[in-house]
Design a protein around this ligand. Structure first.
Ligand SMILES: *[C@@H]1O[C@H](CO)[C@@H](O)[C@H](O)[C@H]1NC(C)=O
Ligand SMILES: *[C@@H]1O[C@H](CO)[C@@H](O)[C@H](O)[C@H]1NC(C)=O
Ligand SMILES: *[C@@H]1O[C@H](CO)[C@@H](O)[C@H](O)[C@H]1NC(C)=O
Ligand SMILES: *[C@@H]1O[C@H](CO)[C@@H](O)[C@H](O)[C@H]1NC(C)=O
Ligand SMILES: *[C@@H]1O[C@H](CO)[C@@H](O)[C@H](O)[C@H]1NC(C)=O
Ligand SMILES: *[C@@H]1O[C@H](CO)[C@@H](O)[C@H](O)[C@H]1NC(C)=O
Ligand SMILES: *[C@@H]1O[C@H](CO)[C@@H](O)[C@H](O)[C@H]1NC(C)=O
Length: 756
């Protein structure tokens, strides 16, 4: 295929001409764009914290009661009133505007006329107030009167003892018309203030600069126990605010709020209603916003996937697969020969510490093969282990695992580049397919090496990948798992770790994506893969990053999955879903990854944990734990059913993808002259597993399917599904279960243009 080869040479040339963009995966938050300005109802100078991209820094409100509200024109409804001729007094020369200027250092001296000193603040339009404050110097009994209409509803007597004290009175809720202060003696008033009916309400906001369309807002807004209520507000002018959601003030994690419909807005605010207790404050940490695609952006259109579902699907395992002995000693009731029923590859957490005591050291693989262990472990022989994996027809991806906290802090690396190079070279020489024993097809430079400074990790990656390639071009090199959607709030951003100078030594882009979402109460759960709020969507950002920086190179999702309990193995954490949901979401997740063009998708984990049930990933197994004999969970049976019916097929085309129905065409990618050959249609309702209300769905398909099969979670065996075909449409009962329609087969180009 000479034509193809020169085409790919051209493509390669084009690759080197394109410019590198480390942030190509990001969909920038609208609040982080130029011209956007944060501000707040108090402590303006700290408002930048809500937009600095750091979830750990926050704006703190200026406080409210007993007297901090006074300086704040949003809270103090009398602020500035005396500048507007609503005040009068017995002294003609008193500077009355000082009484409501919010400053305790300025005041008006009121002298008696005809034996009475009097000050009046009479509002043209009464206002509701909750607290009234007064501060001044009094030389004898001085009477504070608060009037509602023409009635005095509140009085207090002030005297010498109140000198320079801010006295704040709870006046319940009254409608203030007039405040009068009078005395037989002269007095000085430095302040008269009132807290309005909305009480201690504080807001922090971002002014986007211009009106934008927004669909999703992210807030980290935890506000402490003093906050009674929190709201998410938007505004076109910064004056009239609309409530778009109630927020839970106690939500610890950042929360995403999806608007019911995209909205035109310029200002986005978090408002806290703070308890009316002394010195109570509230916080806002961060505000971000996007259009209705959220931080993921628009997904790719979906082009034919070169990998079949069977090629794609793999499983994360580990030395001995939970048996505490070499896999070569296992039968098919556990280990590689249990999981190869559904998986075509397996990924191992290959601990760097098992190979070397120090990154400078030679792992000593020659000695290892001779039965004398590695530099790290005297008993270890990886060859024995990996041979058992290979004998089970699993291709092996070794994730060389090291972290700063896990024994390899920057201080133990003599020289990150050279140590990395040395190890990579030894590893490829021993395990690589070209001059090594060929037991390993791919090597990852770190699993989740997220606790290193980005530039330090980049040096290791540079060194290790060059070391591998210096001896074996055919051993695939992957970076650790990184994401491309969030440069601010996470320590695993690809843009600062996988860098242009050494990208040519990297064969595959690697990510871990779980279907996490944070509920409005700040609690993290796992949701269905189609949920717009699911982090599973972050695959889209990684693809976008790849398209710009490493076009043509495959993307592997080396960890994904759902946790579920199974009889005898409880799940005591919020992220767990039911066993049915795990099975349904697992299948749908794989189909979606196929549609995204992912080359390999490696399920985490092979089995449940036998030592924990109380935190994420304890129950992510395809099978139960060793304690329950590695019993296949529903998800295992479902993948088995999918592989038997559709395993050798490839994603070809999206027929429908809306909130009611997902429909994809599967088939063969190279059917001689016909090219793309449709053989199957898969369809399901993209909803939660418990949403089983009947939904009659239809999609356009000119050819009548031969049969239809539902992959039921009951026993994982495909069962016949009913459907009708009339006027070139298929109609069937769509459920959260995947239905596979078998087709007579036709070229995709001929029949399938119409979406609908
Ligand atoms: C923030 O608000 C204060 C008070 O309204 C105002 O004085 C200040 O100029 C504002 N800052 C910005 C950056 O808009
Ligand atoms: C975020 O803020 C915290 C607290 O001030 C600080 O320790 C941390 O270094 C900041 N993170 C970044 C990425 O600047
Ligand atoms: C004070 O008393 C004088 C004389 O009785 C009177 O003319 C004047 O109007 C009074 N002034 C005020 C402010 O009541
Ligand atoms: C006080 O106000 C009430 C209600 O506005 C009115 O009915 C009444 O006549 C007023 N009384 C005086 C003495 O002005
Ligand atoms: C203020 O007074 C109202 C009405 O009597 C009462 O409900 C409220 O608790 C008081 N506020 C405080 C802080 O004591
Ligand atoms: C291999 O074993 C020999 C003999 O025990 C030892 O001298 C040598 O240092 C070992 N090599 C490595 C790289 O550990
Ligand atoms: C591996 O694949 C070969 C060829 O398809 C097959 O004969 C053999 O049974 C497979 N081995 C296992 C353990 O599945």
């Amino acid at each position: 295929m000479a034509v193809l080869e020169s085409l790919s040479a051209l493509l390669l040339l084009a690759t080197y001409c394109i410019s590198w963009d480390p942030d190509a995966g990001l969909v920038p938050s609208l609040t982080k764009q130029q011209g956007a300005l944060p501000n707040a109802t108090s402590k303006y100078h700290d408002a930048f914290f809500i937009n600095d991209g750091n979830d750990s820094t926050h704006w703190t409100s200026g406080g409210c009661l007993p007297s901090a509200y006074i300086v704040n024109g949003y809270l103090n409804v009398l602020k500035g009133r005396c500048s507007n001729e609503v005040c009068s007094s017995s002294s003609h020369d008193a500077k009355l505007s000082d009484v409501t200027d919010g400053s305790m250092y300025t005041g008006a001296s009121i002298s008696p006329i005809n034996g009475t000193a009097v000050f009046d603040l009479a509002l043209k339009k009464p206002v509701k107030v909750k607290y009234v404050s007064i501060r001044g110097v009094f030389f004898g009994d001085t009477f504070l009167e608060i009037w509602e209409g023409n009635r005095t509803v509140f009085t207090k007597t002030l005297g010498l003892a109140d000198k320079y004290k801010t006295e704040t009175f709870n006046v319940s809720q009254l409608t203030l018309g007039k405040i009068r202060v009078k005395s037989a003696n002269k007095f000085t008033l430095t302040e008269i203030d009132a807290l309005g009916e909305s009480g201690c309400t504080e807001r922090a906001w971002v002014d986007l600069g211009t009106v934008k369309t927004i669909g999703v807002i992210r807030t980290r807004h935890w506000a402490g126990s003093a906050t009674l209520e929190s709201r998410l507000l938007t505004s076109l002018d910064g004056k009239m605010w609309n409530e778009v959601a109630k927020l839970q003030p106690g939500a610890l994690r950042a929360v995403f709020t999806k608007l019911d419909a995209p909205a035109q807005t310029r200002f986005i605010a978090v408002e806290h209603h703070i308890a009316e207790s002394k010195y109570a404050k509230a916080y806002v940490f961060e505000i971000d916003a996007w259009d209705s695609h959220g931080q993921w952006g628009v997904p790719p259109r979906g082009s034919p996937n070169k990998a079949s579902l069977r090629d794609m699907f793999g499983v994360n395992g580990i030395w001995g697969w939970g048996n505490n002995k070499y896999s070569s000693l296992l039968d098919d009731k556990s280990g590689p020969r249990l999981y190869n029923d559904i998986a075509s590859h397996a990924r191992n957490y290959h601990n760097l510490g098992w190979d070397v005591k120090d990154p400078d050291n030679d792992p000593g693989y020659v000695n290892m093969t001779a039965g004398h262990g590695t530099n790290g472990e005297w008993w270890l022989n990886w060859d024995t282990e990996y041979k058992a994996w290979a004998n089970a027809n699993l291709s092996v991806d070794a994730s060389v695992q090291f972290t700063s906290k896990g024994g390899f802090p920057p201080s133990v690396w003599g020289d990150a580049f050279h140590d990395g190079f040395r190890y990579g070279k030894e590893f490829a020489s021993h395990f690589g397919p070209t001059i090594g024993n060929g037991l390993i097809q791919a090597m990852e430079v770190g699993n989740e090496p997220w606790d290193y400074p980005a530039d330090f990790y980049a040096k290791i990656l540079d060194g290790m990948s060059r070391g591998v390639k210096s001896v074996d071009k055919n051993l695939l090199v992957l970076p650790g798992a990184f994401q491309a959607h969030d440069m601010f709030h996470a320590s695993n951003y690809i843009g600062t770790r996988v860098l242009q100078p050494f990208a040519s030594n990297i064969d595959v882009v690697n990510g871990h994506f779980y279907s996490f979402m944070v509920r409005s109460d700040g609690v993290r759960v796992m949701t269905h893969p189609e949920d717009l709020e699911s982090e599973f969507n972050a695959v889209t950002n990684l693809l976008r990053w790849r398209d710009v920086n490493m076009p043509g190179k495959p993307v592997w999702i080396t960890e994904w999955g759902w946790d579920s309990e199974t009889p005898g193995e409880r799940c005591r954490y919020t992220e767990c879903v039911t066993e049915d949901a795990q099975a349904l979401y697992g299948l749908r997740g794989l189909l979606i990854l196929a549609r995204m063009g992912i080359q390999k998708a490696t399920w985490f984990f092979y089995a449940d944990s036998k030592t924990c049930d109380n935190h994420i990933f304890c129950r992510s197994g395809l099978t139960s734990s060793a304690l329950h004999g590695f019993t296949k969970k529903k998800v295992f049976h479902s993948f088995h059913a999918l592989m038997t019916t559709l395993g050798d097929k490839h994603f070809l085309k999206v027929l429908k993808e809306n909130s009611h129905l997902y429909v994809y065409i599967f088939g063969d990618v190279d059917n001689g002259k016909a090219g793309l050959w449709a053989t199957d249609v898969v369809a399901w309702r993209p909803v939660t597993a418990d949403d089983t209300k009947p939904y009659q769905a239809s999609f356009r398909l000119p050819t009548k399917p031969l049969s239809a099969w539902r992959i039921s979670t009951k026993d994982g065996v495909p069962v016949p599904a009913g459907f009708t075909h009339a006027s070139e449409r298929v109609t069937f009962d769509a459920t959260p279960e995947v239905v596979i329609f078998k087709l007579p087969g036709f070229p995709v180009s001929e029949h399938v243009q119409i979406i609908g």
